[in-house]
Design a binder for this molecule. Structure first.
Ligand SMILES: [Zn+2]
Ligand SMILES: [Zn+2]
Length: 390
């Protein structure tokens, strides 16, 4: 979150030159808490370098989390390279955070030290607008506070810093409970990729017997396949690449349609109830609309950096098709997703990497060379510089 762009402006990753650990305050100066080892960018060209974060001391409603794992999301790459604009450096990315509670504030009763918890893309919101009151914090009318790169609502002048780090302090209202039965590393990607696909599936009330189409088979797409299957749907993966057919079937897809094959697309006419489109590059949606039944819907989750081919309204009108977008999920819905995943044994397919592999992982992520999500083991981060005076 926000969804990945199609093409990075700078596909060559920045060189990874070690620099002296740098102090970043991510809380008010009056309430410095612990030091955290972190990896972040100090400029658009710095790549990821070791940094020392000063996390705020837990306030009454805060939960301090010792981070174990953090998923690598496409958004992280765009943010650290400043490709979406608005990046303030230094920046520590990461919004697929899993760890254990290390301390809680005096007003926290629902979490205790030792609990396994998660933090997704949202660490604060206005809590007053209609969206917030409806549990749709991602659509907060006053702007949600992102887990990294957001302006901290507490003081209005510090920038939130994410999960490529050994600890984080988050208000209890934005902390998720991670079921003990799930592998904590493989849970991490559920906090962004998982809920981003779960939310439209739930919004459409997908149930046993529905047919769900999934377009694109990356971090988001592979979660869409698993979640739709767990909801009892028949899953059809649409792909332009024949080489992805075995992988799609392995993930549990019932059928794979090569969208470049006109005969196959014709055969899929009026066969699908809902399409989850995860592709972040411009592509023609009209052939996909023709695979939908009456009252079908297509949810677009990827945000291309260039214009999409025009949508033909006739395709929508003739079958009362809805063309929609969707952004991550609210806090309550994210918890519902985690509990659903525990009930159905769903986690992401991951490759765990250490801090020294981040550069390579970013290259491979941009090239689509990962099945299907990298997860950073935060125990590999460099220890913070104890000499830093906080
Ligand atoms: Zn993300
Ligand atoms: Zn709000």
């Amino acid at each position: 979150m926000p969804p990945p762009l199609a093409k990075p402006v700078n596909p060559e990753p920045a060189t990874h030159e070690p620099v002296a650990p740098e102090l970043i305050s991510s809380g008010s100066a009056a309430s410095h808490g612990g030091l955290a080892a972190a990896y972040g960018a100090t400029s658009p060209d710095s790549g990821l370098v070791p940094l020392t974060l000063v996390r705020r001391a837990p306030q009454a409603d805060d939960v301090e989390i010792a981070i174990e794992f953090c998923g690598l999301c496409h958004s992280d790459v765009h943010a650290v390279r400043g490709e979406w604009g608005g990046t303030t450096w230094p920046l520590v990315p990461g919004h697929e955070i899993v760890g254990t509670v290390s301390a809680v504030g005096s007003a926290v009763t629902d979490f205790a030290p030792g609990d396994r918890v998660g933090v997704g893309c949202i660490v604060d919101s206005c809590r007053e607008c209609e969206s917030c009151l409806d549990g749709l914090e991602q659509y907060c009318e006053n702007g949600m506070t992102g887990t990294y790169g957001g302006v901290d609502r507490r003081n209005g002048d510090s920038i939130t810093q994410g999960g490529y780090s050994s600890s984080v302090v988050v208000d209890r209202r934005y902390v998720l409970r991670v079921p003990d039965s799930l592998d904590p590393a493989a849970v991490a990607p559920l906090l962004c990729a998982g809920v981003t696909t779960f939310s439209p599936l739930r919004h459409f009330d997908v149930e046993e017997g529905d047919v769900v189409g999934v377009v694109g088979l990356g971090g988001l797409g592979h979660m869409a396949v698993k979640l739709a299957k767990a909801m009892g749907a028949k899953v059809v993966v649409f792909t332009t690449s024949e080489s992805k057919v075995p992988a799609a079937l392995e993930l549990g897809a019932d059928e794979v349609v090569l969208s470049t094959d006109k005969t196959a697309m014709d055969a899929a006419n009026r066969s699908v109830d809902l399409i989850i489109d995860t592709v972040a590059a411009p592509h023609d949606l009209n052939p996909l609309f023709r695979t939908l039944r009456v009252d079908g819907a297509l949810f677009q989750l990827g945000l291309p950096s260039e214009a999409m081919p025009p949508v033909n309204p006739r395709a929508l009108i003739r079958r009362r098709i809805a063309y929609a977008g969707s952004l991550i999920g609210g806090i309550a819905e994210t918890q519902e997703m985690l509990d659903f995943c525990a009930e159905h044994g769903v986690v992401a397919d991951i490759e765990v990497v250490g801090a020294d592999q981040l550069k390579d992982a970013y290259d491979r992520m941009v090239a689509g060379d990962v099945k299907y999500r990298f997860v950073l083991d935060t125990s590999t981060l460099q220890a913070p510089d104890k000499e830093v005076d906080a």
